[in-house]
Design a protein around this ligand. Structure first.
Ligand SMILES: C[S@@+](CC[C@H](N)C(=O)[O-])C[C@H]1O[C@@H](n2cnc3c(N)ncnc32)[C@H](O)[C@@H]1O
Length: 336
């Protein structure tokens, strides 16, 4: 078997704090602010990753089906861009990798000699992904990295100068504000080599009711996923959140173009978090902001690519034009 995964440790990287310490620090910061918030990445403990897989199967959650359709119908266009047949196929926030298996399959058929390097902060998701790669693709060399995106990329930088195709599927970039997304994409540019390719999933602006339904599904899975953040604080940081006293709320901000998710306190309450030795007061109906999911116009996407040092190779759409996978090439020769 050539598939395995690696958990980064202090030895691998110069400066990396453990995920649990970072979680405690970010919860302390977020719940101490007048507008309470918790970063969206903390949704993905093992339970959260499992719940997100269920979300992807929901009929209302259109992004998954759209991206499946794109990868299935446009895989040969993606393969045609890989002039070098030896490369790293790096995937940021790989999750269960089900959509990626369409490309893995296609690249194997084409006889490409690539190494698959999924990077994900969730060990549970990575374990599941590596197990399924071993079963479905025993001949693929896969090295999973359980780490934050850029810590994983730092490690990749240490293993050589091979050409890279970086996948960032499922509109993960939409969790960042425009300013954060720009910094993220430019930092990615810094870690990559001239002519490397990136394929990024973008959820496009569309009918508002469709988006509202996707984040307020009829089976309540998205609600469970969001509330699991409080369960995670209880389990990992010794919190005493009563989950039944909070509700999931998702809405669309027409000015910023973002779906926004909140956990709203249903009554006045005080929560204690042992790891922080701190109590936090909630007023009735007070929200905790837990996620942004920005929606894009094609023109926003093209500007983002231009402003951060990439040229656009291709825009790949689903038949309804709800979603786009955009492929960009790293340009290191032009000065920005
Ligand atoms: C919305 S899911 C998408 C999964 C997959 N890319 C897809 O399209 O189906 C986001 C994934 O990114 C991972 N993730 C979120 N924030 C991360 C971070 N800062 N660093 C590494 N992985 C992260 C989560 O654990 C989760 O598996």
């Amino acid at each position: 078997m050539s598939a395995s995964y690696k958990i980064l440790s202090q030895k691998d990287l110069d400066e990396i704090s453990t995920e649990r310490k970072a979680f405690a620090r970010d919860v302390l910061i977020g719940l101490s602010e007048p507008r309470k918030w918790i970063p969206a990445r903390y949704h993905y403990d093992d339970d959260g990753s499992g719940l997100f897989q269920k979300i992807m199967e929901l009929p209302e959650y259109y992004p998954t089906n759209c991206e499946f359709e794109i990868l299935k119908s446009k895989k040969s266009e993606i393969g045609d861009l890989m002039e070098a047949h030896q490369f790293n196929l790096v995937e940021l926030g790989a999750g269960d990798g089900v959509k990626t298996s369409i490309l893995l399959d296609h690249f194997m058929e084409l006889g490409f000699e690539f190494q698959y390097v999924p990077i994900d902060i969730s060990e549970g998701a990575m374990q599941g992904l590596i197990d399924s790669i071993q079963k479905k693709f025993p001949d693929i060399k896969a090295t999973g990295i359980v780490a934050e995106y850029f810590d994983g990329l730092k490690w990749l930088g240490k293993i050589g100068q091979q050409k890279n195709l970086v996948l960032f599927l499922g509109s993960n970039l939409g969790n960042f504000s425009a300013a954060q997304a720009k910094v993220f994409i430019r930092t990615l540019w810094n870690t990559l080599n001239n002519n490397d390719l990136v394929l990024i999933g973008f959820d496009l602006k569309k009918d508002i009711d469709l988006m509202l339904k996707a984040y307020n599904d009829s089976q309540g899975v998205t609600s469970e996923f969001n509330l699991n953040l409080l369960e995670r604080i209880n389990n990992q940081l010794g919190g005493n959140f009563d989950i039944s006293k909070f509700r999931h709320y998702a809405t669309y901000d027409v000015f910023t173009g973002a779906m926004e998710s909140y956990l709203v306190s249903l009554e006045a309450q005080t929560v204690f978090i042992e790891e922080l030795s701190e109590t936090f007061d909630f007023k009735p109906w007070e929200p905790i902001h837990t996620e942004y999911s920005y929606k894009y116009l094609v023109s926003d996407i093209e500007k983002l690519a231009r402003d951060t040092g990439y040229t656009i190779e291709k825009h790949l759409f689903d038949s309804k034009k709800y979603f786009m996978d955009s492929i960009w090439r790293v340009q290191k020769t032009e000065s920005l």
